[in-house]
Design a protein around this ligand. Structure first.
Ligand SMILES: NC(=O)C1=CN([C@@H]2O[C@H](COP(=O)(O)OP(=O)(O)OC[C@H]3O[C@@H](n4cnc5c(N)ncnc54)[C@H](O)[C@@H]3O)[C@@H](O)[C@H]2O)C=CC1
Ligand SMILES: O=C(O)[C@@H]1CCC=N1
Length: 270
């Protein structure tokens, strides 16, 4: 099995903050032995320190994979420490927003297989969405290895190419934050209508997660699920008239928000 080589040769994590921990949590839960994981992070969390992984210890000679999970702004300082793994034997899998494959090739050598991946934090509960794309050195075996590893924490899609990565980052990478903000905004609106803060938050959180689960499980399209809630002339129709306004509604707002995120990804890549 593909993951056997990760178990045998090891996985090195460069940076293990919120996203690295979300993925590691999923992999450990799926049976990846802690003894096969090496983490290099100057500020490990208490959770990480309790996992039994090799933490800031001597690294293996030729790990199967190096997962790069530091912030793009830290890349220039952090990556050179692992440049010795460049050149072929080890697959570099980066989840950093913005940082391009060309940048990794420059820092690690052109003979290095590199795959860029964009995951999201629901990976922590096995419900991640990750998109991947590789450089010319990333073989189908490398892509299968990355896919197998990432499939352990949710769905995986292969992109046509790196040109799609900033848009993907803006939709599914950052997307969970938009949904969490929807919970906050819905709760605040409930408070404005006279509910207590805790009750409004309970209603908003259960509604968003329940609707998400229904969208996950139901065979109907999102549009049909929306229509199922909307009685003609009823309360939902009144709200949707505001939310679906062509100029001021959610579609126009999300268009601006997603564009801002994608633009920022492009900036980080420079
Ligand atoms: N948080 C998210 O939802 C997502 C984040 N990403 C990407 O994941 C990467 C990490 O993001 P987060 O986990 O949110 O950030 P974070 O700040 O929680 O984690 C970064 C970790 O890197 C460590 N670090 C800093 N300097 C280091 C060095 N020189 N060597 C080793 N480790 C070092 C920090 O101590 C920290 O634990 C970013 O590149 C981001 O673009 C991608 C998809 C989603
Ligand atoms: O905010 C960020 O830059 C990262 C990338 C996607 C989610 N978090």
């Amino acid at each position: 099995m593909v993951l056997d080589q990760v178990k045998a040769r090891g996985l090195v994590l460069l940076g293990c903050g919120k996203m690295g921990s979300a993925m590691l949590q999923g992999w450990l839960a799926q049976g990846l032995p802690a003894a096969s994981v090496w983490v290099n992070d100057p500020h490990p969390s208490d959770w990480l320190a309790a996992q039994g992984v090799h933490l800031n210890a001597a690294l293996p000679d030729a790990p199967a994979i190096v997962l790069i999970a530091v912030k793009p702004q830290m890349m220039a300082a952090a990556l050179p420490t692992l440049a010795g793994y460049g050149g072929g034997a080890t697959l570099f899998l980066s989840i950093a927003a913005g940082t391009t494959i060309a940048t990794y090739e420059q820092m690690l050598g052109t003979g290095t297989p590199v795959i860029r991946a964009m995951p999201n934090t629901p990976a922590a509960v096995g419900r991640g969405m990750t998109a991947i794309t590789g450089n010319a050195l990333a073989t189908s075996a490398h892509l299968e290895l990355a896919e197998a590893l990432l499939a352990a924490v949710g769905q995986v899609v292969r992109l046509e190419g790196e040109h799609q990565m900033d848009a993907v980052t803006a939709v599914s990478g950052s997307g969970p934050a938009y949904v969490f903000h929807l919970i906050e905004a819905l709760a605040a609106a409930g408070e404005a209508e006279g509910l207590s803060g805790p009750l409004a938050m309970q209603l908003a959180r259960a509604t968003v997660t329940g609707a998400g689960e229904l969208a996950h499980r139901a065979p109907e399209s999102a549009s049909q699920l929306r229509i199922n809630v909307t009685s003609p002339g009823g309360t939902t129709a009144a709200a949707l008239a505001v939310l679906m306004d062509a100029d001021t509604g959610l579609t126009a707002l999300l268009r601006r928000a997603v564009k801002a995120a994608a633009d920022r990804g492009r900036e980080l890549g420079k």
